[in-house]
Design a protein around this ligand. Structure first.
Ligand SMILES: [Zn+2]
Ligand SMILES: [Zn+2]
Length: 162
């Protein structure tokens, strides 16, 4: 977002609100999705050759746990406090800084919880929902029954030779 600061006098405060297209901001990477635009509410103040930009960013986001692959939706709510040195500029470009605030607060790599147990490497069950059948033991059955069922189904589909 480009903000016109040409008329902002020393000591003056400017209210800023903006809605960012999260796609244009390239905030979506890998499994991180923005379900709403990114909303900004903030204030901009000038003291000499310094601009202070304080505000709050909100959006609804969805991320996928890198351990258990569960999709988690949540409300992102992040405040920021930025400082820009200025001289005779008429405009202030803040897009890169805003993008950085969100990427640091809501990184692409994400865990649904610190203690996420992830998926069983054998049967693929989400171990946060309880132990699986093959827990601790040897993986004798692999994917239980599914392959046998497939073989039976295949036999039925083949007409017998006469
Ligand atoms: Zn998880
Ligand atoms: Zn298992």
């Amino acid at each position: 977002m480009r903000i016109d600061i040409s008329k902002l006098r020393d000591g003056e405060i400017l209210s800023v609100s903006h809605e960012y297209d999260s796609k244009a901001l390239s905030l979506e990477q890998c499994d991180l999705r923005y379900l709403t635009p990114l909303k900004l509410e903030g204030t901009l103040g000038r003291v000499g050759d310094s601009l202070f930009f304080k505000g709050n960013l909100t959006a609804r986001i969805e991320n996928i746990c890198t351990r258990c692959l569960k999709a988690i939706q949540k409300s992102a709510d992040e405040s920021f406090d930025l400082y820009f040195p200025v001289k005779d500029e008429e405009f202030l470009e803040t897009t890169d800084e805003i993008r950085e605030v969100m990427l640091l607060a809501y990184p692409v790599k994400f865990l649904c919880s610190e203690n996420c147990r992830g998926l069983c490497p054998h049967c693929g069950k989400n171990l946060n929902e309880g132990p699986c059948q093959c827990a601790g033991g040897e993986d004798k059955e692999g994917f239980p029954g599914s392959f046998d069922k497939l073989k039976q189904w295949h036999k039925k589909q083949q007409p017998e030779d006469k």
